[in-house]
Write a protein that binds this ligand. Structure first.
Ligand code: ME8
Length: 648
């Protein structure tokens, strides 16, 4: 139990992200959910440790860094700590993590080496030969029997044959204990994922796991066998403990926080967290985490979110247009956490309009505006509640915290919000039932009017307080409008905490209504598919400087340009090359340009190329153009460069 508070500790983690590309809104989903749970537990009075971070080793990163012409460390540094990188994104999304681990941190690397050696020393890691299949994008090894139609069962992509000397972890030894853990405890939720793990992976026979690689170097070196690097999932999974100080001196709160109360993970990595992770902890006689929760995936317009398909939903764009709170709210209000969901811009805008602008926003604006109109800043003369008129609302609000808590404790974010929004809808109905504007016409009914407004303000206080984990800024704004009213956990279970002479503060609409059509068009325009990756032409062999010097590249101006009769490909150029005699060049670029658009342009030509006959006409030289894939552009230079200038 923590000394500071009565509730105890709560240790929650997100998966640590691969910084192989910029994160999209699907990645933010899990982190927003984790942040909401962490804030909820803090609100309840728990001493929370919320860990997130980045998983920076592996062949995929090594390959990408090489393609980008930088070192793997430079590559990951840019994506993790650079502008609009992972850490910036979490700042933007108001993610209140307590600790951020990078698996390239020195203390973690050294700890992983010790952990690997411990399992080697206890006989659970041994050396053998690896023969099998490897999925590079997933960094996963598979046996033939695990493949689905010969492809990676996780991502459906091609796998490669792999054979090399490698270390193995005796996963098979733990099959029985892991099966028992999954079948007979609440370790893994939702329950449907248990059947998936047991029938797809454990019951067909768990084989020992290959836990080292020699074909690349970007990983934690096995310190007693140079050339081997530790399998990235061992490196990654132990982050949950090294970040607390396991096998290192950087942190010292392992005893306080371990075992984790819950690991939130996406469904495709449940296998690692529910089979490999507990087996390794069993091998080291360490306590197991209390729970792994495998959430669903978000698709975009029915398709998998991916950068190459051009359907990435950029959290920066969405947050800028709709606000961070609206985005956070949408993710958890719309999709049940344990199931897959389909993100569409229309759904996002409609959710903001209906729930936030209409229901919540209107309730707050109308109530505060009426309180100020009829009473000024300070409410007064509040009479006692009317049993018949007020009990339905007051009863519902007084018990809201309990219903919300029951859902939140099951990680049912959507249902927790559902409870709040039922109350908000009821409160809006209460306004219509009690018609404060009618009461206001009769001075004798002022105390009743005050009670009606008080009930509404108190409803807003409790709903606002319970919304804090989801929308921290909005909750703070609501609190301000209620004159800094209490929003601590205990007060949220009590109707009547708000002072009867509460001072209200007016403000602009919390969530302005969005014009659906206009906004959809704007988003559509921004979400044009990304440029397809174009193949690079093969590089030519090296040439000597003297060879390069032999080529005359001259700036030329287009005097005339026309199609060549009977040719679909050729354009005929008459060019000023500075000599005073027009030069004729034929070029096979008719597919890319209309002749008239080139007249007057300043181009570059190779002018000492031997003349060539094409379609019965002589061509004296060649115009330079740049080509990639099926795109081609003439090389055009600044018009101020005179014809005849040589490229040197
Ligand atoms: O898996 N919808 O990292 P990662 C919902 N490094 N969740 C999604 C998603 C989507 N469209 N796309 C990705 C890794 N995610 C490992 C974790 S933990 C010891 C190591 C989720 O960057 C995905 O399910 O590929 C995963 O939980 C998280 O983003 C990080 O994915």
């Amino acid at each position: 139990m923590c000394e500071k508070c009565s509730k105890g500790k709560f240790y929650i983690t997100t998966p640590i992200y691969y910084p192989s590309a910029r994160l999209h809104i699907g990645h933010a989903y899990c982190t927003v959910a984790t942040d909401t749970m962490a804030r909820y537990k803090r609100l309840q009075g728990y001493d929370v440790m919320f860990l997130t971070g980045t998983d920076e080793h592996g062949q995929k990163i090594e390959d990408k860094a090489e393609a980008a012409g930088v070192t793997p460390q430079q590559f990951v540094d840019e994506i993790v700590t650079g502008p609009k990188g992972v850490q910036d994104l979490w700042k933007l999304m108001n993610i209140s993590y307590d600790r951020f681990i990078r698996t390239t941190d020195d203390y973690h690397v050294a700890a992983i080496q010790k952990i690997f050696r411990k399992m080697y020393d206890n006989g659970d890691i041994y050396k053998g030969t690896y023969k099998g299949k490897y999925c590079k994008p997933c960094e996963s090894f598979w046996t033939e029997s695990q493949l689905k139609d010969g492809k990676c069962p996780d991502c459906g992509r091609e796998v490669q044959d792999a054979e090399e000397e490698a270390y193995f972890f005796r996963l098979s030894k733990y099959a029985g204990r892991v099966r028992d853990l999954l079948m007979n405890t609440d370790y893994l939720e939702p329950r449907s994922r248990v059947n998936e793990m047991v029938s797809n992976f454990i019951d067909p026979g768990l084989e020992d796991l290959c836990v080292s690689r020699t074909s690349f170097t970007w990983g934690v070196p096995v310190d007693f066998d140079p050339g081997h690097v530790v399998y990235v999932w061992i490196d990654a999974l132990f982050n949950y403990m090294t970040a607390l100080g396991f096998e290192n001196d950087r942190y010292h709160d392992l005893d306080k926080y371990w075992p984790a109360d819950v690991h939130f993970v996406g469904k495709e990595i449940v296998r690692f967290h529910s089979i490999i992770w507990p087996a390794m902890l069993m091998s080291l006689n360490l306590p197991l985490p209390k729970k792994v929760y495998g959430h669903g995936w978000l698709n975009f317009n029915g398709e998998k979110m991916s950068k190459s398909r051009g359907n990435v939903v950029d959290p920066y764009i969405l947050a800028e247009r709709f606000g961070v709170d609206a985005l956070r709210f949408f993710l958890l209000r719309t999709f049940p956490f344990g199931s897959d969901g389909n993100f569409t811009n229309e759904l996002l805008i409609n959710t903001i309009n209906v729930d936030l602008a209409n229901d919540l926003g209107n309730l707050v604006s109308r109530t505060v505006a009426m309180a100020q109109k009829y009473f000024g800043e300070k409410l007064s003369d509040v009479q006692e509640a009317d049993e018949a008129l007020d009990a339905p609302l007051i009863d519902m609000v007084s018990t809201l915290r309990d219903r919300y808590e029951a859902q939140m404790d099951k990680f049912a974010f959507q249902n927790g919000l559902g409870e709040i929004f039922k109350v908000i809808a009821r409160a809006n109905k209460y306004i219509d039932e009690n018609a404060p504007w009618v009461l206001a016409k009769d001075e004798a009914k002022k105390p009743r009017l005050a009670r009606v407004l008080y009930n509404l303000l108190e409803t807003i206080r409790i709903c606002g307080g319970l919304l804090t984990p989801f929308m921290p800024d909005t909750a703070a704004e609501i609190q301000k409008r209620l004159g800094g009213a209490a929003m601590d956990w205990d007060s949220l279970a009590q109707f009547g905490v708000l002072a009867r002479d509460v001072v209200t503060v007016a403000g602009p609409a919390l969530f302005p209504r969005i014009d659906v059509e206009k906004e959809l068009q704007a988003l559509e325009a921004m979400n044009k598919p990304a440029e397809p990756e174009l193949p690079l032409a093969e590089a030519k062999p090296e040439i000597a400087f003297d060879d390069f010097e032999k080529v005359d590249m001259t700036v030329v101006k287009v005097l005339t340009c026309e199609n060549v009769k009977k040719s679909e490909k050729l354009l005929k150029f008459t060019l000023d090359d500075g000599t005073g005699t027009p030069r004729i060049i034929l070029s096979g670029i008719a597919k890319y340009y209309k002749p008239e658009e080139l007249v007057g342009k300043t181009l570059v030509a190779v002018t000492n190329l031997a003349p060539r006959k094409m379609m019965g006409q002589m061509s004296c030289g060649m115009l330079l153009s740049a080509e990639r894939g099926d795109q081609l552009k003439l090389v055009m230079v600044d018009d101020s460069i005179p014809a005849g200038a040589r490229l040197v």
